[in-house]
Every structure is written in structure tokens, then in C-alpha cells.
Design a protein around this ligand. Sequence first.
Ligand code: AMP
Ligand code: MG
Length: 456
Amino acid sequence: MTTAEHTHSILPAGMIPVEEARARILEHFHPLETEQVPLLDAIGQVLAADVVAGFNIPPMANTSMDGYAVRAADTAGATHATPRTLRVIGWLPAGQVYEGAVGPGEAVRIMTGAPMPGGADAIVPFEETDEEERPRPPVGSAAPPQIAFRANGPTDTVRIDVAAALRANVREVGEDVQTGEVVLKRGTVIGVRQVGVVASLGLDTVTVHRRPRVAILSTGDELLRPGEPLTPGKIYDANATGLAAAVRECGGIPHVLDVARDTVEALTARIHEALANCDLLVTSAGVSRGDFDVVKEVLAREGEIGFWTVNMRPGKPLAFGRFKGANGHAVPHLGLPGNPVSALMTFELFGRAAIYAMLGNPEGWQRPLIRARTEHRIASGDGRRFYARVFVRFEGDSYVVRLTGPQGSGVLTSMSLANGYAICREGGPAIEAGQDCDVILLDPALAHLPHKSAHS
Ligand code: AMP
Ligand code: MG
């Protein structure tokens, strides 16, 4: 296939809807190779293989209560008025195995989690015995379980005030998980509620799709790195840091390159540096119509690139293409607009989806979409789809949004105050104050939201 054909295939004509741009981009992203990683490092990664139980959980029948392990038959008919008395032959902490067996008329004092002693078939909790009236065993005593109370004469027996049902308060072998069972399916996203069950299987690693390495390249002669002194005509590079944070939020590994100056040599060198070790190259600036042509020129010369006009505001111009990577594989390239709000917004709508696709979690990029009443009029102005920076709060029994400030594509302060993007659809009417609109919810924690499912 020639470059020209390729370029054509990634270059839709005219203004394209956000969804179409995303779909076209996603055709070029697939789950990355698998790797085995330490369990805690895998948070946000996706299982590439089922997690299968190598043994039962619990591995042995054990007690769910502190109490006495007994033979249920020995407690038949027991009540507070007509208690039974059993001989205590030992005590058993969690983590140890009782060597002997509980015979007729006998009991073992047992702590939650300790394995059922042989011969015992029920647990009578302390509350149903005279435990409170008995002297306590030494706390943390290192005495082997078989010894315990034997020396204590009068405490050698226990009063049982209730008839125990067979297997009462016993957690059975394999009650939670059986040997060979699939505990977590391939495709599961590893998170806080998943690592525990993996650990309980004795596993300290999982097999997941590796995290994408994302090279981030700011372009422009006007850019200074934060930390450098401000000089006339210059501005600080806001995009690299914001985009790196966004990459990390999705679970990718950002790699910020030095700013590329607007010369063919500088840009070419930076791009080659980036391609040496990345799965995705994200650049900002240099893709809009009025740009210094160098950026477009270099992108087009070094790879297959399409310059798109996406029906959205902020962030109309977008470049998407592919470069030849160090190992011969094609490296996708997402060329974002330079204005900082546009850069973040286009990354939100396109970059996140690409990263999640590489992680093996194709739906993961989606945020909750809620309906909210707007306090301000929200209007696109030029008919493009408008993503307005808003603050979402929950009031009474519904969501309310207000604009966070001026909506220019360079205004980062209104971005910094936003926890959502209200959507005014392309070609549609303005959303008047008091009307409802769709809102992408970015940070539910900030809005003090109630527990409510709000996924689109
Ligand atoms: P361009 O796409 O190069 O025309 O850039 C559009 C606008 O975004 C210009 O005002 C640039 O100065 C600004 N811009 C480009 N890159 C950055 C950046 N990394 N940080 C902050 N502003 C930027
Ligand atoms: Mg520029």
C-alpha cells in the first residue's frame, strides 16, 4: 500500500463528528502485549488471562466465631435452664492445627479462623457459654494449643447453654471459592476490590496487557518550560504537563520530551527521539490552519498523517496518523491543537479512548454522563458541538451546573474550576438557563454527589 492510499484512508473529508473521529482513531489501537506485574502495580490494568483458584477458599473448615468446638450431639437439649457441661481439652488460636480430636463430652476453646479440630462438628459461641465467668487465658500466650487450661482445675469444664445445630458457625471448605474455579475473568480491570481476592489465592502477580508508553511533545518557538525565567514574547508550556497528567490518569506511562522548536530539523529530531520507545505519540500545536507550516510539513513527511476538522469546540483541528517506529511497527500519532483547553479537551475525547484500548479496556474511557439543569445559557455560537466547562453540584434531588468562567480555548482557569463538561449538540439550539443538558462528569468527588448510578 502506498503512502498516498494510506493517507487517504485516514483522511475523512469535511467536518467530521466527534464519534466518527473517535471510531476512526480506534481502528488503529489494540490491546498491547501481556506482561506479568506485581499485584499492586496492576491497578487499572486489564487481566489478559483468567485468574484460577489453585485451591479451595477457605482451604479448611474453620470457625466463624470465638467459642468452643464441640460435637453437636453433646449439646442436644441444652438451654440456659438445662445446660450441658463439657470438658475443655485445649484451645486453638487461628493459624494452628489441633493435633488431637474432640471426643464425646469434650470441647476445644477456639478462636475465629482456626481450623475445626477433628471430631468437632459445631461451634458454640462464647455468648452461649459461661465464658464471661471464667478466668481468661494469658493474652498472646505462646503455649501450644494442646496445653492451655488443663492446669486450671475448675476451668477445665465449660457450661454450654444452647443446643448447637450441626455445622453451626462453621465456614466450610471451598465455601467461597473451589479449586479450579475462575475467580476473575480475563478482561477484568484490576482495582481495589479485585486485588484482595487475587492475594487470597496466594498470587503476588497478575498477567495483564502492558501499559502504553505515551510520548508527549509540545511544539512552538514561543514555549518555555515551567521553571525557566519568563522572557519577552514567550509563554510557558502548559500542555505537556496537563497531557502527561491525563495520560497517567488513564493508566498510561507519560514521557514528556523537550519542546520542539518550529524548524524542520528540531521537530524531526524530536519525533525520532519519541518514536524510539513509545506506543503513541501525542503532539500539541501546529495543526491548525494558520500554523507555521513546518509542523504539518514534518508530520506529513515523516509519516502518514491526516488533518481533520472535527465538529467540536474547543478543539476543531486534529491530526491523526502513523509513524514508522524504531522496531518497524507503526506508531500512531495524535496531533492535538495548541490552545491548552483544546489540547486537553481533544485528549479527553480521543486520547483517553486510545490509551484504554491499548490497555485492553475499550469502554474504560467513558465517564458518567448525567442530565443536569443549567443556571446559565450555554450556546455554541458557531453551530459546532460545544463542550462547556461547568461545575456540577447536586441540589435537592437533581444535578445543577453553572459555567466556570470565560470559555475561550486558551482560558485554563475556567478549566481548573470545572468538574464537568456540558454538551451543547452540533446544529442544535442553545441550552437556555433552567433547561436540562447532558454533562460529562469528570470528578464526582468534587460535586459532593449522592450515591447514584449515572452511566450512559
Ligand atoms: P498553534 O496550534 O501552534 O497555532 O497554537 C495555538 C495557540 O496555542 C497559540 O496561542 C500557542 O501559543 C498556544 N500553545 C501552543 N502550544 C502550547 C503549549 N504547549 N502551552 C501553552 N500554549 C500553547
Ligand atoms: Mg505554534
